[in-house]
Ligand binder design. Structure first.
Ligand code: ZN
Length: 322
């Protein structure tokens, strides 16, 4: 489980900020309020704050006396804490008023427990992955759970059942490299985008770095950076090369793609050579694709990608009719 590094850095920082905030800021605010309200509380809090330095001083004084002094400090602290609770209670505050309220009670906002990633951090990374991959606006509606096979009948239904199952297996068994590539093709409105997003979503949930793009956006990006040496512009397209799963939706709908064919070919080739997975969906037939691009691309698609042909009646039309 690697997740997208930039997401990880961002989420990790959020956790640190949150934790610091919970520990310092929130506690400080609470303390100000309660100490202004309750006579004698501030002295107790100050004494408790001095515990660390006192333990340190005791340690410096020598081994023999250390254990004894530590015990005394501990006993004193217990007394102070008891008094603190009593004071809080008697002034109408909850006994645990000074307990830190962490967002996550399991890891106390550390993000990990016993060296293992906490479920709260994993969830944050998944959410960040939806955002950075480009599917956040789509993945609520488009998942494996919401793929409705009742729109397909007879042989189409059987065919689609197999495709959904294979796509699910692909997503669930996904590895950083070596999972192969997939081509979804067939007429419009047969669920290719839906299933592409479902795969991306599941792969992200598995902790992988996924980028989702339409062919139109990809071509614009490739076109913009064709001849540039500008690092930030190049960084923008590096994600298409580096991510673990690249989903290109609707290949063939973009206008006039011939000029970027060499760059698209280079991208697909690079991903194949580094054993990275790509999922491409297209409404076009093999012949149409040949007309639009060239045989090098098409032979890559039908030679290296596992093809799934979507069949049935346009689901969008059926939905309108229902
Ligand atoms: Zn947690």
């Amino acid at each position: 489980m690697s997740f997208y590094r930039e997401d990880y850095v961002k989420v990790k920082k959020n956790f640190e900020d949150r934790r610091r905030n919970a520990e310092d800021k929130a506690l400080e605010d609470k303390r100000k309020i309660a100490c202004a309200d309750i006579p004698g509380l501030k002295e107790i809090c100050d004494k408790l704050d001095a515990t660390g330095p006192r333990v340190y001083a005791a340690a410096l004084e020598g081994k023999e006396s250390y254990a004894k002094k530590l015990m005394a400090i501990r006993r004193e602290n217990e007394e102070l804490l008891k008094k603190q609770s009593e004071l809080l209670l008697s002034h109408g505050y909850p006994e645990d008023y000074f307990d830190i309220e962490y967002n996550c009670p399991i890891c106390h906002d550390e993000g990990n427990v016993n060296g293992k990633m906490c479920v709260c951090m994993k969830n944050e990374l998944i959410k960040a992955g939806y955002e950075s991959s480009g599917i956040s606006g789509l993945c609520d509606k488009m998942s494996f759970d919401t793929f409705d096979l009742s729109y397909y009948s007879g042989a189409d239904r059987k065919n689609m059942e197999v495709i959904v199952e294979r796509a699910r297996d692909f997503a669930e068994d996904f590895r950083d490299t070596g999972s192969g590539s997939i081509l979804f093709f067939g007429g419009t409105g047969l669920g290719k985008t839906h299933l592409s997003v479902a795969v991306a979503k599941r792969v992200i949930e598995g902790g992988h770095w996924c980028v989702y793009t339409t062919a139109g956006t990809l071509f614009t990006d490739l076109r913009d950076t064709r001849f540039t040496d500008d690092k930030s512009e190049r960084d923008n397209i590096n994600k298409y090369y580096d991510c673990e799963l690249l989903v290109i939706d609707d290949l063939g709908t973009e206008l006039n793609g011939r000029d970027v064919v060499p760059f698209l070919y280079n991208l697909l080739n690079s991903r194949i050579n580094t054993k990275k997975s790509t999922l491409i969906s297209t409404n076009l037939s093999q012949n149409k694709l040949l007309e639009l691009y060239d045989d090098r691309i098409v032979s890559r698609l039908f030679g290296e990608f596992l093809p799934f042909r979507f069949t049935g009646k346009d689901v969008r039309m059926q939905k309108l009719q229902r």
